[in-house]
Design a protein around this ligand. Structure first.
Ligand code: NAP
Length: 558
């Protein structure tokens, strides 16, 4: 019974390295790995050993026989990646894939390589993981919030717990020798780039893309107009967004743009609050959703169905859990796109998306429960309203026709945008720090990984190969003697941080916050998050101090 990769695939490639028969593709050395929506298991070559299941950090792999009904389309999706074979034909196992990308090898002899990583999301933690495979390397991770893991905590939708499972991998990285957390420390405020360079050979920025791309149309300033990314942060209890004014007292929400973030928001806004109550959704969001009057979320895309920005695994997931309908007129667009699509394998995913869309009911069907409506060729022209949002006007893309919809909340979901980093160059058009494979151009000792390096695209695991590429450059520069030896001693760094930010939170502090959140979940939910920095700091401050902890542990052992 072959194994199957399902919706929460993070594409980090861990399964590829674990597979003894090389039946998972594209692998990190193959074209398409960097952009693939997910990885696929070849059912004819899989030997059903389960090694990939243990290696997968997000629980995305299961034997075919254990899939839920909603996951069954993933059998065909995995198999369809490979050329057709005769029924029952077995492909001989290929040899074990060698580590196709060599691990960076740090030459020993000089001062041990010491790296500051700014940010603690996936790109940061994968970079720390790569660096700490080498003996003697020290990695200090600086994070603005008292809680780590960036978008995995504040961006992944609460009803996608498997995806959040990658934090177990990151927890393991924090336990590695040479790893230190400096949480609640903001680089740019408490510390400058020059402070970090004085204490490290290199500074690797993995700060993501914290801003939203903004839509420049009339009415965006009205109460009731906002962005999907802010709403996601509010849903996830990010402390900077707890006071976001989210009014769910109207029947319709319109989301502009149809990427995976739009799908996340629409799914949460139409979900059953009792189901959400079993997730780690922020308490304030759950309370508001319980009182919600929203009956329909319209996801409006400016282009046609074949150009939908959402990925196929997310569309399969969405239609498996939510009521999704299509504008009746848009069914013609789907049929037209299907007819126009070439037969080539490169159109496989688009064809599969269109086939799913072609089976959706029209939005003229009666509304029986909160639902999601997909609408195409809607270019937003103006948000209507006097004191607050009352509707939105679109132009039918490519025509002069206008159409309008009543709505109480309009959210743009048109992508994230990187923010300039103090003391580093910035490409304002692309919203990234200009770099060559992770080396920041014109700034010796500075490196980037993740969205600030390549822009806001890809999945959590995409950051693994992205971070590895940066770490390889950094290690090569260290081995070549290009990086200046830091003048400051490691203990001087701790003193400097303490002086600039007395409320710095260490690993013990984070573990205390983590444990308290899990306990607050009372076994009914994975955790109940703190959404207030002061509350987090109070818990962290009560954590046993290192000396006491060491004594306690020694006592336990002795
Ligand atoms: P995205 O995938 O880039 O989608 C952006 C959407 O905004 C597109 O539909 C785009 O339409 C539209 N858009 C852009 N400018 C517009 C404008 N001026 N007017 C109207 N529409 C406009 O962005 P995202 O949804 O924020 O996702 C960011 C990344 O995170 C993606 O790689 C996504 O896959 C990933 N992500 C993954 C998951 C998951 O795997 N579960 C969840 C969330 C996010 P056009 O195509 O016409 O430009």
């Amino acid at each position: 019974m072959p194994h199957v990769i399902t919706q929460s695939c993070c594409s980090d490639g861990s399964c590829v390295f674990a597979c003894p028969v090389n039946c998972i593709h594209p692998s990190p050395d193959e074209p398409g790995f960097a952009t693939t929506e997910m990885l696929y298991i070849d059912p004819a070559a899989c030997v059903d050993c389960g090694a990939c299941v243990s290696a997968c950090p997000v629980g995305a792999i299961a034997p075919e026989s254990q899939l839920t009904p909603a996951q069954l389309p993933f059998i065909e999706l995995n198999a369809g990646f490979y050329p057709p074979r005769a029924e029952g034909e077995k492909v001989p196992p290929t040899s074990k894939l060698a580590p196709v990308i060599p691990a960076p090898e740090v030459r020993t002899g000089g001062t041990p390589l010491t790296v500051a990583i700014v940010g603690s999301g996936p790109a940061a933690m994968y970079a720390a993981d790569e660096l700490l495979t080498q003996p003697g390397v020290r990695v200090n991770v600086f994070e603005k919030l008292p809680t780590p893991y960036g978008l995995v905590r504040a961006g992944v939708a609460p009803d996608h717990p498997s995806t959040k499972g990658v934090t177990e991998l990151f927890d393991r990285v924090t336990r590695r020798k040479g790893f230190t957390f400096f949480l609640n420390v903001e680089v740019g405020r408490h510390l400058r780039h020059s402070d970090l360079l004085a204490h490290h050979h290199a500074v690797l920025y993995a700060v993501g893309a914290p801003n939203d791309r903004r839509l420049d149309i009339d009415g965006m300033q009205l109460p009731g107009a906002g962005t999907a990314t802010e709403l996601v942060a509010w849903i996830n209890g990010h402390p900077d967004f707890t006071d976001l004014p989210v009014d769910l007292g109207h029947e319709r929400v319109v989301v502009i743009g149809n990427g995976n973030v739009a799908l996340d928001v629409a799914r949460i806004l139409t979900a059953d609050a009792d189901d959400l109550a079993r997730t780690d959704i922020a308490d304030h969001a759950l309370a508001r959703l319980r009182d919600s009057r929203v009956r329909e979320v319209v996801i409006a895309a400016r282009r046609g169905p074949a150009d939908s920005a959402f990925t196929l695994p997310e569309l399969i997931g969405l239609t498996g859990v939510a009521e999704v309908v299509l504008e009746p007129g848009d069914q013609d667009l789907v049929q037209r796109d299907l007819a126009a699509l070439g037969a080539g394998a490169e159109h496989r995913l688009t064809r599969a998306k269109l086939e799913i869309l072609s089976k959706l009911a029209g939005s003229d069907s009666p509304v029986t429960k909160p639902r999601i409506r997909l609408a195409y060729r809607c270019t937003p022209s103006r948000i209507e309203g006097t004191d607050r949002v009352s509707g939105i006007e679109f132009i039918r893309t490519g025509t002069d026709e206008t159409r309008r919809l009543d709505a109480g909340l309009v959210l743009t979901s048109i992508g994230y945008r990187g923010k300039a980093i103090h003391d580093l160059p910035f490409d304002d058009d692309l919203g990234v720090v200009p770099n060559d494979g992770g080396r920041v151009l014109g700034a010796s000792g500075a490196y980037v990984a993740g969205w600030i390096k390549r822009g806001p695209t890809g999945f959590i695991g995409t950051n693994k190969s992205c971070a590895l590429q940066t770490v390889q450059q950094l290690v090569a520069d260290y081995n070549d003697g290009v990086l200046a030896t830091p003048a400051g001693r490691p203990d001087a760094l701790a003193k400097l941080v303490q002086a600039r930010q007395p409320d710095v939170v260490d690993l013990a502090g984070w573990r205390a916050i983590d444990a308290a959140e899990v306990e607050r979940g009372q076994g009914q939910r994975p955790r109940s998050k703190f959404t207030d920095v002061a509350a987090m700091l109070a818990v962290a401050a009560a954590a046993p101090k290192p000396s006491l902890r060491r004594r306690l542990l020694a006592g336990l052992r002795g």
